[in-house]
Ligand binder design. Structure first.
Ligand code: FE2
Length: 225
């Protein structure tokens, strides 16, 4: 049986919009994510992970008050339209950022990619996914072109329901995702809202199974894919 976050019995007599469900807390949620890139934001990595995890679980619970969100979760995510190798359904967005459901599938890994100028959090709702995160080395950041770059390894781990991964504006801004279940659905919050118009994809120049400290990769600008 596929692992799934068990909050389907969450009491939600009213059908309110996702925006209403987050009213009064969205700003604080956004602040807790924005604090990732702020030197004085968190005492250490454990504190950051704990706060972000807590807040994302809470956000999920609040969003279950919205039929828009709840129906997707309770319908085994069949309303998530699969495009390319993944599925995406926008739930809420404003000038602070955007919230949505993101889905990846077995045998359809999402290659490593960046999120220029943004930071965000992903929490698994159903399934399991292996996430590999990297940081683009400083001297490569100003290049706005395809080519070979060096990536610093951050971590590689499997996340399960109610567990999170994240990307900061600089550190760990690049990640790749591989679903270990038929479908893995995640709640994703990304700030600010801006579209990833300058996104790049990264393909390792040699295969070592991953995990090495510095990994050379071929960077390809999104406009060429
Ligand atoms: Fe991503």
């Amino acid at each position: 049986m596929t692992a799934q976050a068990q909050i389907l019995d969450f009491s939600a007599p009213d059908d309110i919009s996702p925006g209403m469900a987050l009213q009064g807390v969205w700003q604080d949620f956004a602040n807790s994510i924005a604090a990732m890139g702020n030197d004085s934001g968190y005492g250490d990595n454990d504190e950051m992970c704990s706060v972000l995890n807590h807040n994302t679980v809470l956000m999920h619970k609040l969003l279950m008050s919205s039929a828009t969100y709840r129906n997707i979760v309770n319908s085994n995510f069949s309303r998530l339209v699969r495009t390319k190798h993944w599925g995406w359904r926008s739930i809420y967005e404003d000038e602070l950022g955007r919230v949505g459901l993101f889905s990846v599938y077995r045998n359809a890994p999402v290659p490593m990619h960046d999120h220029p100028g943004t930071h965000g959090v992903l929490m698994v709702i159903e399934g399991e996914v292996e996430v590999e995160r990297y940081t683009l080395q400083e001297q490569c950041r100003n290049r706005n072109e395809s080519g070979i770059v060096d990536l610093d390894f951050c971590e590689r781990k499997i996340i399960k329901p109610f567990e999170i991964t994240w990307f900061q504006e600089k550190e760990g801004n690049i990640h790749g995702l591989k679903s270990l279940s038929d479908q893995c659905v995640m709640l994703k919050i990304q700030l600010p809202r801006g579209v990833n118009c300058n996104r790049s994809w990264y393909f390792p120049t040699f295969s070592t199974g991953g995990g090495q400290k510095v990994m050379p990769a071929r960077r390809i600008m999104n406009r060429f894919l």
